[in-house]
Design a protein around this ligand. Structure first.
Ligand code: PLP
Length: 281
């Protein structure tokens, strides 16, 4: 059984370190592609149906032709077959295919890429740092999970320098938005608050499940426009993402917070219980 990174491109398992995508692929040249990241637990991807739906929405938003999910599923089966990944990441991308060197497109066939890789599980809690750059809630690609992630690369590098697990962005209006690869929640007077889609965030699958399952468990969870500096006063802060689930935040820059706040702890429990019950909710 293999526990190393496995890569599949357009129908074939390929050498992870060898060439497998054209240098002219429009994702390589201009970031013209969409992707998903799902958690792998004991060899099984989590919430794959919801990730597939979001991939379709991202592709449509980018103006790509419809994605053939049968092709994606063949890739997923190929990279997971015979592997023994306890905890890891399934990353799949669909790109504009071989295209012109500029931003214009021709009718190229889409490129399908699927990767499975083991990963170190997240720490029990993490620090956030607020970065000076903004999410653009009026961007042409707002809410889409595109392969143009350079802004996130720069922001996450800044966060790591500051000893943080994530960087938080405000939007152009100074409202709380999201992190480079996670959504953010705050708890104020027992109420759980998280920014709405209009803030310019990516609608995370983990965010969605946290809201659904949390409400079903009786918690008061609201999507509300929030000022960025709610992070200076909130009683608890946590982030959500496919590989982090519900992750308590123990500091926002120089402000320390309880990593074991009662509401965050309850939501972690609710999330874990529901996720263990159904791997494709
Ligand atoms: C920009 C951004 N926001 C939020 C998230 C969290 O989404 P999910 O819970 O689907 O992983 C991600 C996921 O990687 C992301 O890239």
């Amino acid at each position: 059984m293999s526990t190393t990174t496995r890569v599949w491109v357009n129908g074939h398992l390929v050498d992870p370190n060898g060439p497998s995508v054209s240098a002219l692929d429009h994702s390589v040249t201009v970031g013209d592609g969409v992707f998903e990241t799902a958690k792998i637990v004991a060899g099984t991807p989590f919430a794959l149906t919801r990730h597939h739906r979001r991939l379709e929405r991202s592709a449509a938003g980018l103006g790509l032709p419809p994605v053939d999910l049968g092709v994606v599923d063949a890739g997923v089966a190929a990279v997971l077959d015979g592997t023994a990944i306890d905890f890891g990441r399934l990353r799949y991308s669909v790109t504009g295919g071989v295209g012109p060197l500029g931003s214009d497109r021709d009718d190229a066939a889409l490129t399908y890429i699927v990767v499975a890789a083991p990963q170190t599980p997240p720490p029990p809690s993490g620090k956030l740092t607020v970065v000076p750059w903004t999410r653009n809630e009026r961007s042409a690609v707002v809410g889409l999970k595109t392969t143009s992630y350079a802004e996130n690369v720069v922001a996450l590098a800044r966060a790591k320098q500051a000893g943080a697990v994530e960087a938080v962005f405000g939007n152009t209006r100074g409202e709380l938005c999201e992190c480079t690869g996670s959504n953010v929640f705050v708890v104020v007077d027992g109420v759980v608050l998280t920014p709405p889609a209009e803030s310019g965030l990516l609608l995370g699958i983990t965010r969605e499940l946290t809201i659904e399952w949390g409400r079903a468990a009786g918690l008061d969870i609201r999507e509300e426009t929030l000022p960025l500096d709610v992070l200076r006063t909130a009683d608890e802060v946590f982030i959500t993402s496919s590989t982090k689930d519900v992750l308590p935040v123990h500091a926002v820059d120089d402000r320390e917070l309880p990593a074991d706040g009662p509401v965050t702890t309850e939501l972690q429990r609710v999330f874990r219980t529901n996720a263990e019950r159904d791997s494709d909710p």
